[in-house]
Design a protein around this ligand. Structure first.
Ligand code: GZL
Length: 309
């Protein structure tokens, strides 16, 4: 027994590495690609075998990936759910298979919260509030009778799109002059953001004073549409967006974007430590929030070299 107890620690070094099945939303934005590289590099760093599946923003592909991870009997499943609903069945299958599930980045709406162990991600409602608070300050001294906002929403049904809208609307209520006159999904992509902004600009009945984009990629697409319409983005139309990706800092430095609310994609290291704790049956928080700030155009040039994504 003594010999065995002495040998065990050494033996544990040869234990099979933890296997994680990770289902990613897609590769729709700079944020998403930074998130993917953080997850992949952190898994390598942590000695975790990563089975990675890209769902091209389709829920049915994520469900297929989760079922494949269950069939492969991975030690832990982690995923960023593209939309909030429709997960009960496959999460019950994971639970029945005894495989713990970690939500990362986006949340799900389920009646039985035991279907996942923990959720690590940003507070999207707070991100929407921060965006609106910046606008309230911006227009505090404005004598304009109305401040017309157009909104580029994220993916329909996704937690960030639902919550960023909710937080923004909660705060602008305190200034009746601020009205969202048009709102449509640009699916978090540059291409769709540009296309929807072009349609907003064609409707001449109301002047557009502000664009609120749920992510920087749609804002960057909209900037192209605004310039092609002969207007100055960041000047004729104030632009507020979320994520804080490099493209946003470059647009702010060029005076074409006014503010970006940071949404940190670099969750990889925290996720891998969480996975080890969950597999080791250590107690973990049900909700782990990510710390993040707000960056304005005047800070862009100084902050750009520090950006990690
Ligand atoms: C937010 C994340 C969102 C980003 C978008 O945590 O889910 O999805 O804001 C990305 O850029 O596409």
């Amino acid at each position: 027994l003594l010999a065995l107890s002495l040998a065990l620690p050494a033996l544990s070094a040869f234990a099979a590495p933890l296997v994680m099945g990770f289902s990613q939303v897609g590769a729709e934005s700079e944020w998403r690609t930074a998130n993917t590289s953080s997850v992949k590099s952190a898994a390598k760093e942590a000695g975790i075998t990563l089975k990675f599946a890209d769902a091209q923003q389709k829920q049915e592909n994520q469900v297929k990936a989760l079922r494949s991870f269950i069939a492969q009997k991975v030690d832990v499943i982690a995923f960023s759910p593209v939309v909030e609903s429709g997960w009960e069945t496959v999460l019950k299958e994971a639970k029945a298979a005894g495989i713990p599930v970690i939500l990362t980045d986006r949340a799900v709406k389920v009646t039985d919260e035991s279907l996942y162990v923990t959720f690590i991600g940003s507070d999207f409602v707070e991100e929407g509030r921060k965006a609106a608070k910046w606008l309230l300050d911006r227009v505090a001294k404005s004598t304009a009778p109305a401040i017309n906002v157009v909104e580029l929403q994220g993916t329909v049904g996704s937690a960030p799109a639902i919550d960023r809208k909710k937080g923004f609307e909660e705060i602008i209520k305190s200034n009746a002059k601020i009205q969202i006159i048009r709102s449509q999904s640009g699916d978090f992509t540059r291409a769709k953001g540009k296309e929807v902004m072009e349609s907003f600009l064609k409707q001449k009945d109301k002047k557009i004073d502000v664009l609120y984009a749920h992510n920087d990629d749609m804002a960057i697409g909209a900037i192209q549409a605004i310039e092609e319409a002969g207007l100055k983005p960041g000047v004729d139309i104030t632009i507020i967006s979320i994520d804080g990706v490099r493209g946003a800092f470059e647009a702010m430095k060029a005076g074409k974007l006014n503010v970006t609310v940071e949404c940190n994609p670099l969750l990889g290291p925290q996720l891998m430590q969480l996975a080890k704790d969950v597999v080791a049956k250590k107690p973990v928080e049900k909700r782990i929030k990510v710390i993040e700030g707000v960056y304005t155009a005047d800070q862009a040039a100084k902050e750009l070299p520090n950006r990690k994504y």
